[in-house]
Design a protein around this ligand. Structure first.
Ligand SMILES: Nc1nc2c(ncn2[C@@H]2O[C@H](COP(=O)(O)OP(=O)(O)O)[C@@H](O)[C@H]2O)c(=O)[nH]1
Ligand SMILES: [Mg+2]
Length: 481
């Protein structure tokens, strides 16, 4: 077990006897799940493109994207065999949910209000290091959707006032926020609630990333929609710097089509046959028949799986066959950038993010009337100071820094040091660096960070300097000096 996870498991064991019954259950659950992959909740408004993006990331067309019952239920996609889907009911029981052609069915066969969540186990490589939680969405016509989403991420429904929300075990360690267009007030409000409810996880900038979806629909039709979407994503990232660490634009639909084997050679041929047809003529195809030799049925299917821009632009990238078209779709969709952001923005700090959530849940449980509050908080404080949990301190320092001094030069340094990488990489040294060189470099940096802390103008910078100094001291110690 990773040292961070092991220390959290120990903390759970230490505090459990001092909590009340609900708190003990929370601690036991945390202990059992501490070594699991990072849980990333995909949130955003209904029809933002969340389920499409999940399908693209997983590489399967499993999540329904039409408006069936499943789109209104929180669904977990986790790594597991045999591949199967289960309904987890509120009463604690489970029921198998048969897949149809590898997809979730439109109907659950159980009253929706009895279902807590759907859990899908897949042997998809993308799920080895993260569990994706697809949520129904916010600001919908029915408040039950919204409650389900909040409960999945925040751990408790809004009206679920006392006991449950006290242990509000936000189920997610991190959030992938899907913006469809410029941010709406409800999305901003949700990010704020997420921060409040997850306490320690506070600064969304360390646990949340953003995707501006449906990038192929941007622009005015004439110019390149992806360039327009990139510009909009950059503006959004600026405006929401405190809520998400970065925003990238992506076209989930194009990525889903490219990644799920939907494109056949016959599709590429059908598309290539339209290469010389004027775009206007294609747009009017329902009124004016297209020239001979064009497979109209195949073309209509392509409009559904590629979108209008995907068809109109893609027909110039398929002369060499399906492989060329898929490569083009993969590239323009921007999914690779979403994956990079997941990796560098969240997964590289998975252990610390999971530990932060665990400590938040335990801190809340300490508040219960029957818990020995003082003793529990003392044990949590002791864990906080343990070198094994230093990554959590790094994350907290980073959170404060991003909130108070986002342009501080210490930010990049803290980001690099807090990533799950080798000590050599943390110092910017070659992987082959000798232990003596690592120790020497680390000692020098510790001294520099200490003086940064001493001369810092802002409290967040002083904290960052102190934490960095400690990080470098620990590296020097590991290198054996
Ligand atoms: N053109 C285009 N349509 C998309 C894209 N992503 C999703 N859609 C469509 O938007 C609708 C809603 O998508 P869905 O993933 O179900 O949204 P959710 O409610 O957020 O899960 C579906 O009809 C999708 O086909 C995209 O990147 N481009
Ligand atoms: Mg959906």
């Amino acid at each position: 077990m990773h040292p961070v996870a092991a220390r959290i498991a120990l903390l759970c064991d230490e505090v459990a006897p001092l909590l009340d019954e609900a708190g003990r259950q929370s601690a036991a659950t945390l202990r059992d799940t501490v070594a699991e992959p990072l849980r990333v909740a995909v949130v955003g408004r209904v029809k933002a493109g969340k389920s499409t993006l999940v399908n693209a990331l997983v590489g399967r067309r499993i999540a329904p994207t039409a408006a069936g019952e499943c789109t209104r239920t929180v669904t977990w996609y986790r790594y597991g065999a045999p591949e199967r889907a289960e309904l987890h009911l509120h009463d604690g029981t489970r029921r198998d949910l048969p897949l149809h052609d590898g997809r979730l069915p439109a109907a659950l066969g159980t009253p929706a209000e009895e279902v807590a969540r759907i859990v899908v186990h897949l042997q998809a490589a993308a799920l080895r290091e993260k569990t994706l939680i697809d949520t129904p969405g916010l600001a919908t016509l029915t408040t039950s959707n919204e409650d389900a989403t909040r409960a999945a991420v925040l751990g408790a429904a809004p009206d679920d006032a006392d006991t449950a929300s006290r242990y509000a075990a936000g189920q997610a360690d991190a959030v992938l926020f899907v913006f469809r267009e410029a941010q709406r007030q409800d999305e901003v409000e949700f990010l704020r609630q997420f921060r409040t409810a997850t306490g320690e996880l506070g600064a969304s900038a360390v646990n949340a990333i953003g995707v501006l979806s449906q990038a192929d629909l941007f622009g005015d039709g004439g110019s390149d929609p992806f360039a327009a979407a990139d510009a909009a994503a950059a503006r959004l990232a600026d405006a929401r710097a405190a809520d998400v660490s970065a925003v990238v634009a992506a076209a989930g639909l194009l990525a889903e089509t490219a990644r799920t084997g939907l494109i056949r050679e016959s599709d590429a041929r059908a598309l290539a046959a339209t290469a010389d047809v004027p775009e206007q003529r294609l747009r009017l195809r329902h009124r004016l028949p297209l020239p001979d030799g064009i497979d109209v049925a195949a073309l209509e299917r392509l409009y559904t799986t590629l979108g209008v821009h995907g068809v109109h632009e893609g027909r110039h990238h398929c002369a060499a066959g399906a492989h060329q078209l898929v490569t083009w779709l993969e590239t323009v969709s921007g999914l690779g950038r979403v994956e990079d952001l997941l990796r560098h923005g969240l997964l590289c700090r998975a252990h610390a993010l999971k530990a932060m959530r665990a400590m938040t849940v335990l801190t809340r449980a300490a508040d219960a009337p029957q818990a020995d509050t003082g003793a529990v908080l003392a044990l949590i404080e002791q864990a906080r100071l343990d070198p094994a949990l230093h990554p959590v301190r790094e994350l907290r320092a980073l959170r404060h820094l991003v909130a108070e001094a986002p342009t501080s030069p210490l930010r990049a340094e803290l980001e690099r040091v807090s990533a799950d990488s080798s000590d050599a990489a943390r110092l910017g040294l070659a992987e082959t660096a000798a232990a003596g060189d690592i120790a020497g470099e680390a000692r020098g940096r510790a001294a520099a960070a200490q003086s940064e802390a001493a001369f810092a103008m802002l409290p967040a910078e002083a904290e960052a300097g102190r934490v960095l100094a400690r990080s470098y001291q620990l590296i020097a110690r590991r290198a054996g000096s």
